[in-house]
Ligand binder design. Structure first.
Ligand SMILES: [Fe+2]
Length: 274
């Protein structure tokens, strides 16, 4: 598996606070079957200003050195990323080259305040798309507006954005509303990625196995594979991510057939269109 959302870089945000914690997180990740992590420190003006620059680069080099000294060289690869915060400065910061895309790809991971107006987030997403960036909306199921209606998130997908679920929303650690929104996004096929969003080695751990098993058991093995293996690997290769409904023979980048009114899970036949 490949984790596309993890706060394993230490001492830069509210994630890992020291080398030992990052090492423990790396052990947990490897033990749970993770081979690659796109490390995504928060980048929030006035709070965690991890903009691209010397400090950002040094924090990654420190982590890479630590992992290499502790025998992780062939076990776990760290890729550069960032969890950028959507506000009135985001597009200006992007234009100044201050925001890091995911593993040097066309994708950028973006979050906003949980109580944000969905139209404000939409305007930032639109601006990024106009700049040929593909926004990955972090934990869409946790925003308050998503608990009222998923229509905003479906709109983001129609625009060309990617939805990335937190694994802990799938397992229920963030409560019923987040879990319900996460499963609605799974049922509709709108989610294209899932990330651990791990912050430490105890509470929010980089272990995605349980969530992957849950998706496999309650939705389908193929969708679990798509979320945890196939699409993350395609992201690393800067390829267009696939939707659950796409058959492998179909052209890449096809828009999803939203199944918004479907209350139940889709069968494999419906999924693959066979
Ligand atoms: Fe995060």
């Amino acid at each position: 598996m490949i984790d596309t959302h993890c706060h394993i870089v230490y001492g830069v945000d509210d994630g890992s606070d020291c080398a030992e914690e990052s090492l423990e997180m790396a052990r947990i990740a490897v033990d749970s079957g993770i081979t690659d992590i796109i490390a995504t420190p928060h980048c929030i003006r006035g709070m965690f200003e991890n903009f691209v620059g010397r400090g950002y680069e040094e924090s990654f080099e420190r982590l890479e050195e630590l992992l290499s000294e502790n025998g992780f060289v062939n076990k776990l690869k760290i890729h550069r990323g960032m969890e950028a915060f959507a506000d009135e400065n985001t597009l200006k910061d992007f234009d100044r080259g201050m925001l890091a895309r995911m593993a040097g790809s066309d994708y950028l991971l973006i979050e906003c305040d949980f109580g944000e107006d969905p139209w404000v987030l939409r305007s930032v997403l639109k601006g990024l798309l106009e700049r040929s960036v593909i926004p990955i909306v972090a934990h869409p199921e946790r925003y308050y507006f998503a608990h009222d209606s998923l229509r905003y998130l479906f709109d983001y997908v129609d625009m060309g954005c990617v939805l990335q679920l937190d694994t802990e929303s799938i397992t229920g650690a963030f409560g019923r509303e987040c879990r319900s929104a996460a499963f609605s996004l799974l049922e509709s096929g709108a989610a294209q990625l899932a990330g651990s969003d791990a912050h430490d080695s105890l509470e929010r751990r980089p272990d995605m196995r349980r969530a992957a098993d849950l998706v496999a058991d309650t939705v389908s093995n193929r969708y679990a594979e798509l979320l945890f293996d196939i699409n993350p690997a395609r992201l690393l290769e800067n390829k267009r991510l696939l939707f659950r409904q796409s058959r492998s023979s179909e052209p890449e980048g096809r828009k999803p057939r939203m199944n918004r009114r479907n209350e139940g899970f889709m069968s494999d036949e419906e999924y693959w269109g066979i």
